[in-house]
Ligand binder design. Structure first.
Ligand code: NAD
Ligand code: MG
Length: 393
């Protein structure tokens, strides 16, 4: 029986993963090692009982008594805290979902790679902050990383059986988010509720807001560069409001392979779950005649500066990804708390990168995870200073 763990089990990706596992037979078909969440103890406990998990872990220590109570008599071990999540990743599992949001997903993903097996990687922040270390760790331990971001799963699928040397360009699509057609003046006043309302995808609130600002696509450009190794000039973003074509790969003979599918993450998760085979996945089937048309447009770098910043990060590499992601997370926290305007997020990230480049330079390749985590912490301090300086109150 195959063993699995789900990190970030209570989130959007975690719930979609749970849905597929349950439909595939649940505890009868898979042995569940670890399930983790941050605060939703009730949901975590329900899943742990149903899948008969070995251990359930919450990120926040103060939730431990509630988790213990919710799982009393179930035989499921309980634990809490960041270290406990990392320790849960040390327990071997054949297939691990990395579905925590933000840089908090890096350490558990890295630790899970050390026992070989497969890491289904939804946590794009791991590749953005520590791409080369992650790939090296996977190689050293014979582990396989399967991209779960829809665009990256699409590129992966389009490349299957192809010669990577014959690739001319890789295009990842972006829906354009809820503000695709908004003028700059209106963007300046965009609210959190407006930014969360993604037109096509149902996702966690942080990634939904990142989609509105196109910081999500910025992370994905860097993710493409790090995971597939193509140089930045070969990687493009194309706005495609219907979110049906997820990525395209162009070859030297002029042919282009496109990957199409409904806007449902269970396709990409299911692909990773069944890989290298194709399994049954219960997503809605495409009806192109009913859709009628698909449209495409170039992204607007003026209204969405995140893409330009990502290009800079892809050029510098080294610790730039860790700094970029940390600054973005702080900027997002400030926007969500009402302390920063929507456009202020890009300003905070740009200024933080400028300050850090001037202070230390960001191009040095990290030799270990500690260096990445140190840059993550330092960039957060600098970004917070920057955001505080921009506050209007
Ligand atoms: P979410 O906010 O819905 O869920 C995040 C999960 O992480 C939850 O289980 C939460 O409890 C946990 N978590 C949050 N902070 C934590 C911390 N500090 N320590 C430990 N656990 C913590 O997010 P999501 O939309 O499911 O996204 C998860 C990841 O997948 C992100 O990296 C996101 O970019 C990526 N992703 C998501 C989608 C999507 O459709 N939702 C698509 C592509 C990629
Ligand atoms: Mg994506």
């Amino acid at each position: 029986m195959r063993s699995i763990s789900i990190f970030g089990a209570t989130g959007s990706i975690g719930q979609s993963t749970f849905d597929l596992i349950r439909r595939a037979g649940g505890a009868e078909a898979y042995r569940t090692v670890a399930l983790t969440g941050a605060r939703n103890v009730t949901l975590l406990a329900e899943m742990a009982r149903e899948l008969r998990a070995e251990v359930a872990v919450v990120a926040h220590e103060e939730e431990l008594p509630a988790l213990r109570e919710a799982l009393a008599g179930s035989g499921v071990e309980v634990a809490a805290g960041e270290a406990a999540i990392a320790e849960a990743a040390d327990r071997p599992a054949d297939w691990v979902m990395s579905g925590i949001v933000g840089a908090a997903g890096l350490v558990p993903g890295m630790r899970a790679l050390r026992h070989g097996g497969m890491l289904a990687l939804a946590n794009k922040e791991s590749l953005v902050t520590a791409g080369s270390l992650l790939l090296e760790t996977a190689r050293a331990h014979g582990a396989t990383i399967l991209p779960v971001d829809s665009e990256h799963s699409a590129v992966f699928q389009a490349l299957t059986g192809e010669d990577a040397g014959a690739v001319e360009r890789v295009i990842i699509t972006a829906s354009g988010g809820p503000f695709r057609t908004w003028p700059l003046e209106k963007l300046a006043r965009a609210t959190v509720a407006e930014a969360k309302a993604h037109p096509n995808w149902s996702m966690g609130s942080r990634i939904s807001i990142d989609s509105a600002s196109m910081f999500n696509k910025a992370l994905e450009l860097i993710e493409t560069r790090e995971f597939f190794g193509f140089p930045p000039e070969m990687i493009e973003v194309l706005v495609h409001p219907q979110s049906i074509v997820h990525a395209l790969v162009g070859f030297r003979d002029g042919g282009v392979m496109a990957h199409l599918g409904p806007a449902d993450m269970r396709h990409a998760i299911g692909f990773a779950l069944h890989w290298p085979a194709r399994g049954d996945v219960p997503v809605e089937r495409l009806d192109l005649a009913r859709l009628g048309s698909l449209s495409f447009e170039a992204p607007d770098p003026e209204r969405f500066p995140a893409l330009r910043l990502a290009r800079e990060v892809m050029r510098v590499r080294g610790l730039a990804g860790a700094a970029f992601n940390a600054a973005k997370e702080v900027a997002l926290d400030n926007f969500m708390a009402g302390r920063l305007g929507f456009l202020g997020m890009a300003t905070v990230v740009e200024e933080t990168l400028a300050v850090l480049s001037a202070e230390t330079g960001l191009g040095k390749a990290p030799t270990g995870l500690e260096e990445v985590l140190a840059m993550d912490r330092y960039a957060r301090v600098k970004a917070a200073e920057c955001a505080a300086g921009m506050r209007e109150d």
